[in-house]
Design a protein around this ligand. Structure first.
Ligand code: GLU
Length: 319
């Protein structure tokens, strides 16, 4: 398969923001968006807006429109992507990229690394090791064929398709959190590429999209830090060069719990009522360690102040 990745582009820092249009953005989402934008714009780079609407039940075009409007209100502009599919690597909504995921999936099937999994969620939960208290699911390998891969290439629809994950360690250096050493077999085990209902898994889609869109830097919330190892494994299998990963702390509410779209006062609707764009940027600058206080800032000022070394390294940060 031809990789649509012009060589010239890989020299230009290219970041992306990849929101799921399942509701209005909150301060945590916007924190990530601003920092991702600053990280590439401060180096003269490009920024892509990709709509991660793989989940048809939760995704709505009206939310995507709101996300665009909120980004533009802050002054965050994108070179490629968005609902009008500007740019040459489109479409930029995952729901319209399904053939690309299928093609990558077929390549993994052809390598004999994919097997059918009939486990239901309840079965998987029942076989969890007792220490998985953080809600992560580590698949115990119930449906994995006895013989080592290559497996057969007859993947069925109507059941999930899982990718074989060998015992190995994946080392990478996160731009914010530093060196990481992850054993994906312990972190997640064999993971789903295509769900029983036919939906493509985030892990596959994100790798295909970032690779084919020429993304050189993936900046996102620290909840996805360890899943970068799964993604690097996929990059290798698909013959793509992984981007640089840079995770930012998750923003927490007063009770120290990660913000969700249900938290009061932190949705973009509330924030736009309470703050001007410069005031909100000032708050974000303080949270990111770019300024000692939350005095109003412009994006032009923040481009100069931006320094990833100043970012707090905790898993979470308060407002
Ligand atoms: N769509 C994901 C989210 O909204 C982001 C995934 C990513 O940045 O890799 O949380």
């Amino acid at each position: 398969m031809i990789v649509k990745q012009p060589l010239k582009q890989s020299l230009i820092p290219t970041g992306r923001f990849a929101p799921s249009p399942s509701g209005r953005m909150h301060l945590g989402n916007v924190f990530t968006a601003v920092l991702s934008w600053l990280s590439v714009r401060s180096r003269g780079g490009r920024w892509i807006l990709r709509i991660e609407d793989l989940d048809p039940q939760r995704s709505k075009a009206e939310h995507a429109r709101r996300i665009e409007d909120d980004l533009l209100w802050l002054g965050l502009d994108w070179d490629e992507g968005g609902l009008d599919d500007r740019g040459e690597h489109g479409p930029y909504s995952q729901s319209r990229r399904l053939q690309l995921y299928e093609a990558a999936f077929e390549r993994l099937v052809a390598q004999g690394l994919v097997y059918n999994c009939r486990c239901r969620r309840a079965d998987i939960m029942a076989t969890q090791a007792p220490h998985q208290s953080d809600g992560r699911i580590v698949y115990a390998g119930t449906c994995r064929p006895q013989a080592a891969p290559p497996f057969g290439t007859s993947v069925k629809s109507g059941v999930a398709a899982r990718l074989y994950v060998p015992d190995c360690t994946i080392d990478f250096t996160d731009e914010i959190y530093g060196p990481q050493s992850v054993e994906p077999a312990r972190h997640c085990g064999d993971f789903v590429l295509r769900r029983a209902d036919g939906a493509w898994a985030y892990q596959l889609a994100v790798v295909v999209d970032d690779a084919l869109m020429g993304v050189t830097e993936v900046m996102r919330g620290s909840d996805l830090l360890l899943s970068s190892a799964q993604q690097i494994y996929l990059y290798r299998l698909l013959g793509y060069e992984p981007p640089v990963f840079a995770h930012v702390p998750l923003v927490c509410n007063g009770a120290g719990v990660r913000l969700s779209k249900r938290d009061e006062g932190v949705s973009m609707e509330d924030l736009r009522r309470r703050y001007t764009p410069a005031e909100l940027l000032g708050l974000i600058a303080r949270m990111a360690g770019l300024a000692p206080d939350a005095s109003p800032k412009t994006l032009a000022q923040l481009k100069v102040l931006y320094d990833k070394e100043l970012m707090p390294h905790d898993d979470t940060i308060g407002i």
